[in-house]
Design a protein around this ligand. Structure first.
Ligand code: ARG
Length: 247
């Protein structure tokens, strides 16, 4: 009886439409949303925007998914992927060997690298070499934290967000921040304008990838969709919108 009723409802008037909406595939995307210009809240709203957000929305659309964004701590993203609570991670996540043991990455979609940020009036620290024995602020679970921990004798202060690490610098609780250059540079045009500057060169290149559960076929689908967005010019359009002309 139940089955019959359902069948009637599905084939009845307006049933087709309802069926299509119900079966729209949902792509659950995990991110840590305090990472402008990649993922951050739209002004005056809880909705997120940024390069990663618009890219994953475009990729999802291309793949026939409805994208649903789920925010959490950066160090919770890989566990959430592996427990099946999310399908992909789009969070400015650098592809590295350690993570590749736990997850599968898409092809790189952006090239980043770490940089050191200090207070404007700091004339002592000229590069990471000058940070030995100093207090370094960074975000928990990031490559910036890993790098900070390689500095001899440094006191590493790891915060939940990159913004909190930067605030610690501003408040004098740290001598430097180590973080992703595009994010640090964006910060210096906003909240960091009056107090912060970068020193030294960008460190080694860090490609960002979209992470999926190890071995998931989503990686191949994402790569195909990414290639299509590159071909159609949509990727370039997004890139220019967020970063200006490609250098
Ligand atoms: N690229 C760095 C890493 O993978 C930092 C990423 C932080 N991302 C974020 N959404 N907070 O470790």
């Amino acid at each position: 009886m139940g089955i019959l009723l359902t069948a009637l409802l599905l084939t009845g008037c307006g049933g087709e439409e309802k069926k299509a909406a119900d079966s729209a595939k949902v792509l659950r995307v995990g991110t840590e949303p305090v990472f402008a210009p990649f993922e951050f809240p739209k002004e005056g709203s809880k909705d997120l925007t940024g390069f990663d957000i618009e890219l994953i929305e475009a990729l999802g659309k291309q793949m026939g998914y409805k994208v649903e964004i789920v925010s959490m701590g950066f160090d919770a993203l890989i566990p959430a992927l592996n427990s099946g609570n999310i399908d992909v991670v789009a969070a400015g996540m650098s592809i590295n060997e350690e993570r590749q043991k736990a997850v599968t990455f898409s092809e790189p979609y952006y090239t980043s690298g770490l940089i050191v940020m200090v207070n404007k009036d700091n004339n002592e620290v000229k590069s990471i070499k000058d940070l030995e024995g100093k207090r370094i602020a960074c975000q928990i679970g990031t490559t910036g934290e890993n790098k900070s921990r390689t500095v001899e004798g440094a006191k590493v202060k790891a915060f939940n967000t990159q913004d909190e690490a930067s605030l610690e610098l501003k408040n004098g609780g740290a001598d430097a921040v180590i973080g992703d250059a595009p994010v640090v540079e964006y910060y210096m045009t906003k909240a960091g304008k009056d107090f912060a500057k970068t020193v030294g060169e960008r460190m080694e290149a860090e490609p960002y990838g979209i992470a999926v559960k190890k071995g998931s076929k989503l990686a191949g689908d994402l790569n195909k969709a990414l290639a299509e967005l590159k071909k159609s010019g949509e990727y370039d359009k997004l890139y220019t919108k967020w970063f200006g002309e490609k250098k």
